[in-house]
Design a protein around this ligand. Structure first.
Ligand SMILES: C[S@@+](CC[C@H](N)C(=O)[O-])C[C@H]1O[C@@H](n2cnc3c(N)ncnc32)[C@H](O)[C@@H]1O
Length: 280
């Protein structure tokens, strides 16, 4: 199984729980995809979007998870140092704001393409507990050839009473923050305490992979935290990326034909900033 075949299984499950017949489901998904794009444009004002609606979750996974997984895959493949982490026999990863599975799937794609098979323990931490449904049984879906386990924690970075209970992930070998700082930028006054605690608590030698929109607000916030807490930068890039997708279209059928025809296709271009940092 490749990671897009896994996304297809998750999409099938998400499709079933959307209320109504297929026409009603499709209309709800198209509306959700349109709403998400416009809400992302206003993210600096609103922050922390709500993904509880099943049609929105479907739309997110179809449109963004597919693309963000490829970004994560490429970021790991192009940073020799990050790739080496996957040579370890055992590896713990924490995907903060990783509910939709993109971070995890990018890692999985890297492992598959580069024939790496560490015993991978992946904690997915996200405010929206409904994402947990999609990825809680990934190990069963993948079968016994993979030594991968996923664990979902309902963590809200704006609520210290909540995140204070979920600090085990500070000890992970690799932490990912993919399109997450932009999501919580509008509420950074509440969220910053979490990031300060995380960056302070990460063990020496552990790495953080950051990917976000190529806007100074987001990467300067990240860079400031990394510098303050003694991280060295292993990779730093920014610019427009064209995302490979042709090879994956068929894995997303029948959804690709159906929604592409209605003007909704997975994101294929992204203007992003990438950082790989390591605690010294
Ligand atoms: C733009 S999505 C990014 C998801 C994923 N990393 C990706 O690249 O596709 C932002 C994620 O942050 C989560 N989120 C929003 N506010 C949050 C908060 N206050 N604490 C934790 N997670 C939050 C959302 O549920 C969503 O899954």
């Amino acid at each position: 199984m490749n990671c897009f075949q896994l996304i297809k299984i998750v999409l099938d499950e998400a499709y079933v729980v959307i209320p109504g017949d297929d026409a009603a489901k499709d209309a709800a998904i198209c509306k959700a995809a349109t709403d998400l794009s416009s809400e992302y444009k206003g993210l600096l004002q609103s922050g922390c979007l709500d993904y509880a609606d099943p049609a929105r979750r479907f739309a997110y996974i179809y449109k963004y998870t597919t693309s963000h997984a490829n970004i994560v895959y490429k970021a790991i493949a192009q940073s020799g140092d990050l790739g080496q982490v996957f040579d370890q026999n055992k590896l713990s990863v924490a995907c903060v704001g990783g509910g939709p599975g993109s971070d995890f799937l990018g890692i999985l794609k890297y492992c598959l393409r580069h024939e790496k098979s560490p015993e991978l323990r992946c904690q997915i931490l996200d405010r929206d507990a409904t994402w947990g449904e999609s990825w809680s049984d990934v190990d069963d879906k993948l079968g016994s050839t993979f030594r991968i386990s996923t664990l979902f924690h309902p963590l809200d970075v704006t609520d210290s009473a909540n995140w204070d209970r979920f600090k085990k992930h500070f000890g992970s070998d690799l932490i990912t923050m993919i399109y997450f700082l932009s999501e919580v930028y509008a509420v950074r006054d509440q969220a910053n305490q979490y990031f300060e605690a995380l960056f302070a608590g990460v063990a020496r030698g552990s790495r953080i992979l950051f990917v976000d929109n190529n806007s100074p607000q987001f990467y300067q916030w990240f860079d400031g935290l990394a510098e303050k807490h003694g991280f060295v930068t292993l990779a730093s890039q920014k610019g427009m990326k064209q995302l490979p997708f042709d090879e994956e279209k068929t894995d997303l059928e029948p959804y690709y034909s159906k929604f592409n025809g209605k003007g909704h296709c997975p994101k294929i271009r992204a203007d992003i900033a990438i950082r790989v940092v390591q605690k010294a």
